[in-house]
Design a protein around this ligand. Structure first.
Ligand code: PLP
Length: 375
């Protein structure tokens, strides 16, 4: 059986891990510095702090927004639990808005009518590394005085009108989980756009202390300044990530080549109306985070997954929309009508896509789909 995902293992990974083992294994060592400097190159002038996970980056962002219980946060319901958890942990209510059927992203046209006097934050999640309509979202946020936290977990090295995703909002959150394009095992990063918020973010990440300033020689002792936790990853994780960031362009192009190949080979089926293919709107430079197709409905998707599996390949789907999940019912509400979130999520099916995806795996998946629709 071909795997659904495989973590990258660049040649230099073992070397860098050994260097970290013999040098510094705790956080904020030389590899962490290399990775954050590299990521800052993408989102400059914003600052980047490596974190222990994408979920933790979201938690930090949520706390830095200064929310009070009862405040409202807008997001799409078609997302991972972490997008919402970060905010519900602070007593905020999540208000879910319907998605656009073309990109599966938050429908920017529905944000404004969901805003109340309690709304504080909007959280665009860039599904599959395809940007939400950020110009419209940032404009609405500015007019209503909302903060923007980008869940860019899937969007490292993806762009919107020439700018890197994750660096457009007040905060951006990357994930380096093994299922993402670049991987630390477990890890993530917080992008902080406003320099005035950097110090609070550093303190929160270092157990509530100003140790980062101490190490830079800016203060002569460090102490407990505010609430914090341990959000900095081991330099071992950063060493592994660095082995990928230094070949980030090669990884990106390799994934894009597989993505384009899927698209080309499945285009005839889409033209016949049998399936739908992903849409990448103008101005979105996606990063081939994942490749999906849409079947007619839930029942057809189940049969198609079984067929692909029978041919030796794994195909999976996600997410159960949060608003209909037990925690979503408890912590949130859906604003307006669920026209697309549930129905589109039930049709979506992901195909294997990872760095150096084997030709044979890709062909197995494609041929299984073609034969399925042949009858
Ligand atoms: C992966 C992912 C996360 C969480 O990242 P972790 O590093 O696994 O904590 C959050 N949001 C979205 C949309 C994701 O895809």
């Amino acid at each position: 059986m071909f795997p659904f995902n495989r973590a990258p293992c660049p040649d230099r990974a073992a070397l860098y891990l050994e260097q970290a083992l013999k040098g510094q294994v705790s956080g904020d060592g030389p590899f962490t510095k290399k990775c954050s400097a590299w990521l800052e190159g993408l989102v400059a002038p914003a600052k980047v702090l490596l974190t222990t996970s994408g979920s933790h980056a979201l938690e930090m962002a949520a706390r830095l927004c200064g929310l009070a219980p009862g405040d409202e946060v807008l997001m799409a319901s078609y997302t991972f639990s972490s997008t919402a958890n970060a905010f519900t942990a602070l007593g905020a209510r999540v208000v879910f808005v319907d998605i656009r059927p073309d990109t599966m992203n938050l429908d920017e046209g529905l944000i404004e009518e969901a805003i109340t006097e309690r709304t504080r934050v909007v959280v665009p999640m860039h599904y599959a590394g395809v940007a939400c309509e950020m110009a419209a979202i940032l404009e609405i946020a500015r007019r209503h005085n909302l903060l923007v936290v980008e869940d860019a977990a899937q969007a490292v090295m993806a762009g919107y009108r020439g700018r890197a995703l994750g660096g457009l909002g007040d905060f951006g959150c990357y994930s380096f989980h093994e299922t993402k394009n670049y991987c630390m095992g477990e890890g993530g990063a917080l992008v902080v756009s406003d320099a005035a918020r950097l110090e609070s973010a550093e303190i929160m990440r270092e157990k509530g202390t100003n140790r980062s300033q101490f190490f830079r020689g800016q203060v002569d002792k460090y102490s407990w300044m505010d609430w914090g936790s341990s959000y900095l990853p081991s330099d071992l994780n950063a060493a592994y990530l660095w082995s990928q960031l230094e070949i980030a362009e090669e990884i990106r192009l390799n994934r894009l080549a597989s993505w384009t190949r899927y698209r080309q080979e499945l285009t005839p089926l889409a033209e016949r109306g049998a399936i739908e293919l992903p849409v990448v709107p103008d101005g979105c430079e996606h990063n081939a985070h994942l490749f999906y197709i849409k079947a007619a409905d839930l029942e057809e998707r189940s049969r198609l997954i079984a067929r692909i599996k029978q041919r030796g390949c794994l195909a999976v789907y996600h997410y159960v929309p949060l608003h209909s999940a037990p925690a979503g019912l408890k912590f949130g509400r859906f604003h307006g009508r669920d026209r697309f979130t549930t129905s589109e999520s039930e049709r979506l099916l992901r195909l294997p896509l990872y760095y150096r995806l084997e030709e044979e795996a890709l062909e197995t998946a494609v041929q299984a789909i073609i034969s399925f629709y042949r009858g």
